[in-house]
Design a protein around this ligand. Structure first.
Ligand code: PRX
Length: 656
């Protein structure tokens, strides 16, 4: 059987039926599964009708050239109009779109009418700067409203946004700008992180200097810190956006017009630009947001506690909630600033009813203790969500009891940057919950667990997760690389079966339990990082000859990055044995890729375990990093290598 990063299933046998009150008024009931199964395309067409189209489609799905899908062929719409204008036209202009909370405690309340004005101004500014439909715009911003406004302004004029998480390095930004061919960058002087201003503009200056094609950099003033200025290229947001008209006529775009590119780690060092398009994407993010969270636009206060720099932010801070006219909370900072109860203070302050976050954060809160959330009034909460990695039953139960007061269903949503929207999840008014399981494919989605040959496994078996039918919010390709798109996702079991890269178990009831990645992708705090990317950063350092990186299970972050390095001959023994070099290497990776990629541990070794064909045996390295029994090592070229490596194992990993 294929290796998986760790089995989260346990003997936890408790079951949680939907609260009767919620089930009685839920947006979707149990019949939705049958309806979707009876007429899958009809079901998605119905979901698409929740949006406003300026031209109807001729065909729901064109799958004549798999794996290149076209949804709602011939249909036209404007994504920003659907997210903003139509709600204002329907008389909801005064409804709050975002309660924004800055880390230092400053706040902004933005209604749908105000959002419409801001998006129109930003769209007019982009047009004035010569940005055209189809052009790519890079966005490198902290969690401030201008991030949302910029994304919608691009969508409004048909430009393709490419948001880069503010925690990524100048290098990472430069390679993404180059790959996407961005003509403009929107950034800020900085943002607030852990109580202090953290600069962003220097990374943009550095990145843009190393790339070609960026004509302008728009800079939002957030921290007021001094920034270097490139006259003629750089423009303050306040100068170029604020003076624009609040009127802008939205143009209609084809359903398959590109909406955004989001880079994600794959199994090679080069990140993949995942391309999402307009009509199908908006259909599925809006419908899943409405059904999975049971979103009631008039009553709920919805909070996805994630960064807009990730797909979770794109789909469930921006596009899904806005398409559904939700009132959302958006928070700039970290959970422990200025104190460890900050999130619960925010829930209490805004009366948050639906909270969506990642298991790694829940485990951190567990570590801090339940007495912290207990100090706040969390009684407004009614639905909780989880995303990003398998949630272990212990964290699930803690979340359920100490945050949800024992009354809120938890929707454990499995999906990916590539899938665009929820794919496997319970429904809060329908599903009897099993802690730790994502349970059933969403209505209209065909997810299966198969063995290595692609045969479906029906009950009580472990295998690989695949998606056997196209879905509206699926990625359309890897930007500029159709071959890699086919090869990565659609080659293992033929061109019409999507290989997700996750291991999964199907239990005796047919419910699905996700088991982690089966490829060389690590999941650290819900973020995907490729082992190869970290390895190539390490061998890029003057002291490293060879490197092997594995994701070892970690009680808080899910997986932690553990690197084994062989040093070059020019490194003295004294240097090699001290801690200083290891720390330097850790910092080097953090600078190269971003702080999220900083290895938890680096071990200096003389040799690496390899198969006879020269492939590094990561499973063994992972076992060492996790101190597991080694099992069969007979395929190693030299099994004494393992003893040598084990001797080098430090007692405890460093904390930061
Ligand atoms: O391994 C799965 C894990 O996260 C991967 C996708 O990562 P990314 O594209 O960064 O998107 C994260 C947010 C959607 C998947 O291949 N994953 C995501 N959600 C879950 C999960 N694993 C188990 N359970 C989940 N609910």
């Amino acid at each position: 059987m294929t290796e998986t990063a760790g089995d989260t299933t346990t003997a936890e046998g408790r079951r949680f039926p939907p609260p009767p009150e919620l089930a009685a008024h839920a947006n979707v009931g149990p019949e939705v599964y049958e309806e979707a199964a009876r007429d899958r395309l009809g079901f998605w067409a119905e979901a698409a009708r929740r949006l406003t189209w300026t031209q109807d489609w001729d065909e729901v799905l064109d799958w004549s050239n798999p794996p290149f899908a076209k949804w709602f062929v011939g249909g036209k719409l404007n994504v920003a109009y659907n997210c903003v204008d139509r709600h204002v036209e329907d008389g909801h202009g005064d409804q709050v779109a975002y309660h924004w909370e800055g880390e230092p405690g400053d706040t902004r309340t933005i209604t749908y009418a105000q959002l419409k004005d801001e998006v129109c101004k930003a769209a007019n500014a982009l047009l004035e700067l010569g940005v055209q439909a189809g052009d790519r715009v890079a966005i490198y911003l902290p969690m401030i409203p201008e991030a949302v406004i910029s994304m919608l302004a691009c969508a409004r004029i048909g430009a393709v946004h490419m948001v880069v998480f503010g925690g990524f390095s100048a290098d990472a930004l430069a390679s993404r700008i180059t790959d996407a061919g961005a003509v403009l960058v929107i950034t800020s002087d900085g943002g607030y992180r852990r109580g202090a201003p953290s600069a962003l503009k220097p990374a943009v200056d550095d990145a843009v200097d190393r790339t070609e094609g960026v004509r302008n950099v728009i800079v939002v003033k957030r921290t007021g810190e001094e920034v270097a200025w490139n006259e003629g290229r750089d423009l303050w947001w306040d100068d170029v956006v604020e003076r624009q008209s609040t009127e802008h006529e939205p143009e209609s775009f084809d359903a398959e017009h590109p909406l955004y590119i989001m880079y994600t780690s794959g199994t090679t060092a080069k990140p993949k630009g995942i391309l999402h398009t307009s009509g199908g994407y908006l259909t599925q993010v809006a419908y899943t947001h409405w059904a999975t969270f049971d979103l009631k636009a008039d009553d709920d206060v919805f909070w996805t506690a994630a960064d807009v720099g990730w797909v979770t932010g794109h789909s469930y801070i921006v596009y899904g909630p806005l398409a559904n006219r939700a009132t959302s909370v958006m928070y700039e900072g970290t959970p422990e600033t200025p104190h460890r109860g900050r999130w619960w203070e925010i829930v209490e302050k805004y009366g948050v009813t639906i909270l969506y976050t990642a298991p790694t954060v829940i485990r951190t809160f567990m570590k801090w203790g339940e007495d912290i959330p207990a100090k706040f009034d969390l009684s407004s909460l009614r639905v909780l969500g989880s995303v990003g990695e398998p949630i272990n039953p212990e964290a699930w139960l803690w979340y359920h009891e100490h945050i949800g007061g024992g009354r809120c269903p938890i929707v454990d949503t499995w999906w990916q940057t590539e899938t665009g929207a929820h794919m496997i999840t319970p429904l809060p008014g329908v599903t009897t919950l099993k802690p730790g399981s994502a349970q059933r494919p969403f209505p209209g989605i065909s997810a299966k667990v198969v063995d290595d040959e692609g045969n479906e496994l029906e009950k009580d078996a472990t295998g690989l997760l695949v998606l056997t039918e196209p879905w509206p919010s699926m990625l359309r390709t890897i930007w500029g690389d159709d071959d890699r798109y086919v090869e990565t996702y659609w080659s293992r079991f033929g061109t019409s079966v999507y290989f997700a890269g996750d291991g999964a178990k199907v239990d005796e009831d047919g419910d699905i339990w996700l088991l982690g990645r089966v490829d060389d992708v690590m999941n650290v705090s819900g973020h995907r990082i490729s082992t190869t990317e970290v390895e190539s950063s390490l061998v890029g350092h003057a002291t490293v000859a060879e490197a092997a990186v594995v994701g070892a299970s970690d009680p808080t972050t899910g997986q932690g990055i553990v690197a084994f390095v062989i040093l070059r001959g020019n490194v003295t023994e004294e240097e090699a044995s001290g801690d200083e070099l290891v720390q330097r290497l850790r910092t080097h990776v953090a600078k190269d890729i971003g702080p999220i990629a900083k290895p938890r541990q680096i071990m200096v070794v003389q040799e690496l375990p390899k198969t006879r064909s020269g492939k590094i045996m990561r499973r063994l390295l992972r076992d060492i990093a996790e101190n597991r029994d080694l099992g069969d090592v007979t395929t190693l070229t030299d099994s004494s290598v393992m003893d040598m490596i084990k001797d080098k194992l430090p007692a405890a990993p460093s904390e930061d």
